[in-house]
Design a protein around this ligand. Structure first.
Ligand code: 13P
Length: 289
């Protein structure tokens, strides 16, 4: 299947109320699980590498891993650098052939966030690589929140970064949290709607592991065209591997263990693809759902 330019795909998705899922991956095994799920679900996917994966393996190697995995599906797999706080890491990923990078200046002042984002969008311009920026904060993982104002994306700030730095898609803090949360995150749909009315850019929802399906589906109807899912992928990987290893640690041989672990990661990925492809599920036209 032809790999459509991601910037255009995201625009089309927002217009059609569709959503691409970016899955955080760490190596060839979970990447392969995502590819197999994409093939089964019959829809494009994104694999995303967090900075520690890039620091350990290099963006060059991550790109090569994807090239090796792509033949497992006819569906396009887009490669994304997730939550990079480093402009240089974004530039290197662009040079190494990533389809998409996120420059995360959300912990900085608006002025610094705009400046960092602008530097990356300018650098990405000639390559056609998509740039994601963030306003507001995604809770969890040490992000301390005292009141709604600490995390909730301000409409004025979102407009300012879009107008001045020109990122293609916008991650917005609207109440979601990274990872498993003790209580269901309360999503501020009113703010999401205000943002969607203020800017035409496709919006990104982070913290996909803990968001109920109905909330995901509602957000998609309000301009969310990309959903990030990470924790459920890597905890499934680790727990299932641990289970398999525990059967006979002295005989633990990676290819034999991974043969059983990959399909279980694939099932989790498939389950999330099912959640965003709910319209196809209702029509029963295109895919198996
Ligand atoms: P989860 O780990 O909650 O799925 O969130 C992933 C994410 O938002 C990565 O950017």
């Amino acid at each position: 299947m032809k790999k459509q330019n991601l910037i255009q795909l995201q625009k089309d998705y927002r217009a059609a109320q569709k959503c691409l899922i970016g899955f955080n991956v760490n190596d060839i095994y979970d990447m392969k699980a995502v590819a197999l799920a994409a093939e089964e679900a019959n829809c494009p996917v994104m694999v995303m590498t967090y900075p520690p994966v890039v620091e350990l393996n290099s963006s060059y190697l991550c790109k090569k891993m994807l090239e090796g995995i792509q033949p497992y599906t006819k569906q396009p797999i887009y490669l994304h650098l997730d939550h990079s706080v480093s402009v240089d890491m974004c530039k290197k990923a662009i040079d190494d052939g990533y389809d998409s990078v996120m420059i995360d200046g959300s912990q900085k002042s608006l002025k610094e966030n705009i400046a960092m984002t602008k530097e990356v969008t300018r650098y990405a311009e000639s390559s056609g690589v998509l740039v994601e920026a963030e306003i507001g904060k995604i809770m969890g993982r040490g992000v301390v929140i005292k009141s709604d104002d600490d995390f909730l994306a301000s409409v004025a700030d979102v407009k300012a970064i879009v107008e001045e730095a020109n990122p293609h898609i916008m991650a917005v803090g609207i109440g979601t949290a990274h990872g498993f949360t003790p209580t269901t995150p309360k999503i501020h749909f009113d703010r999401l709607l205000e943002i969607a009315e203020a800017i035409p850019n496709p919006l990104v929802l982070h913290g996909g592991t803990g968001i109920p399906d109905l909330d995901i589906q509602k957000a998609i109807t309000m301009g969310v065209a990309k959903l990030n899912v990470g924790t459920i992928v890597h905890t499934t990987y680790m727990k299932e591997l641990y289970k398999e290893m525990g059967k006979d640690l002295n005989a633990a041989y990676p290819p034999f263990l991974m043969k059983d672990v990959i399909p279980r990661i694939k099932d989790v990925v498939l389950n999330r693809l099912e959640a965003v492809n709910f319209k196809r599920a209702l029509s029963h036209k295109v895919c198996k759902f």
